[in-house]
Design a protein around this ligand. Structure first.
Ligand code: FDA
Length: 308
């Protein structure tokens, strides 16, 4: 019931100012975000590597309408990849990039700027043995993001992207994109979307997730199962086994701070487990989407407010 207003608040500058001003917010945010500095993300990457978990790091930011900000985001990724490399953590690592953070929404030539900026991040990743995955934002960006994915893959065939099972179109996208060498991260979807483009009912989203999983596991690419849902994880395991897949040709992914014991269990079983680690100061939108996903997170946040 609270999902829609929380997701609307995620895009409100007025709510952002209010929530960022509350002192307790930062301690709750820390559950989901590694910290402000590159060094925080590197520290978390080292901790996760200690029990066999891999990383994809997101330098937080989205909906940029300032070219200088987009350039600063590219530099932050370059710095991050260099720091990971210096610490021996870059090989097999991944970075997750929101195209709206690197210029997709800039007036005029935004898509071209985003493509150029994403290319720079891909070059920096390739130089240190890491990969790049394009996050997927609301449905108005899907075609543009998949178009940029195609352009990037011509030069960097290992670039991956996220697909969202709540969109009606996604099963077909899975069919079209699951060819040789593709890296597709399947999630349920975190934005407020209209009925015209997305399933609204949780059980319909889950059914779509399973249909998409079937396509990806039977396909020729590298499926990345991004979910904390025990049912989806069990079904993915069965479909992977049926398709004769091994731990080297698909993986599981979860968000930093969510179900860490399950992350360790899957890694301990020899499965490839990757954790999405956000870092940076632009945590507001990301944090609000995590609150919207789970009423218990909101209750935790509100309890913190009243017990101060
Ligand atoms: P579901 O929401 O049904 O949750 C299943 C269980 O997981 C819950 O019962 C609870 O135990 C736990 N859980 C889920 N969310 C929680 C939370 N916030 N706090 C605490 N526990 C929680 N979305 C998007 O639109 N674009 C994107 O690019 C990405 N990228 C992405 C990368 C990765 C690696 C992951 C794991 C997820 C994303 N997402 C995303 C988010 C995704 O769309 C979705 O909103 C969340 O993963 C929650 O969906 P679940 O599949 O976990 O199932």
């Amino acid at each position: 019931m609270l999902r829609a207003p929380l997701l609307a608040a995620a895009r409100s500058q007025r709510m952002r100012a209010l929530i960022e001003a509350v002192p307790v917010t930062r301690s709750v945010v820390r559950r989901f975000v590694s910290g402000s500095a590159t060094a925080d993300a590197v520290r978390v990457a080292r901790e996760l590597a200690a029990d066999g978990r891999k990383i994809t790091i997101d330098h937080l930011g989205e909906d940029t309408t300032d070219a200088a900000q987009a350039t600063a985001t590219v530099q932050a990724y370059e710095e991050l990849l260099t720091a990971l490399s210096e610490q021996g953590l870059a090989k097999g690592a991944d970075v997750s990039v929101k195209l709206s953070a690197v210029g997709q929404f800039l007036p005029g030539d935004g898509e071209d700027v985003a493509l150029e900026n994403a290319r720079k991040i891909c070059a920096a990743a390739e130089a240190v043995g890491a990969t790049v995955t394009l996050d997927m934002e609301d449905h108005t960006t899907t075609d543009s993001t998949l178009g940029i994915l195609r352009e990037l893959r011509a030069e960097y065939p290992w670039v991956g992207a996220v697909l969202q099972a709540y969109l009606h179109r996604t099963e077909q996208d899975c069919r079209e994109l699951s060819g040789p060498g593709s890296r597709l991260r399947l999630c349920k979807g975190a934005y407020a979307e209209p009925e015209s483009v997305a399933f609204q009912d949780k059980s319909e989203v889950d059914k779509s997730y399973v249909r998409c999983l079937r396509v990806l596991m039977a396909g020729q690419g590298y499926p990345m199962v991004a979910s904390h849902d025990p049912r989806m994880i069990a079904i993915a395991g069965k479909l992977a086994a049926d398709a004769g897949r091994t731990a080297d040709d698909h993986e599981y992914q979860m968000l930093y701070g969510i179900r860490p014991e399950e992350q360790k269990r899957l890694a301990g079983e020899g499965k490839t487990m990757r954790v999405y680690v956000p870092c940076g100061d632009e945590w507001y939108g990301y944090f609000m989407r995590r609150l919207a996903e789970r009423p218990a997170n909101l209750a935790f946040f509100l309890r913190g407010l009243v017990t101060r």
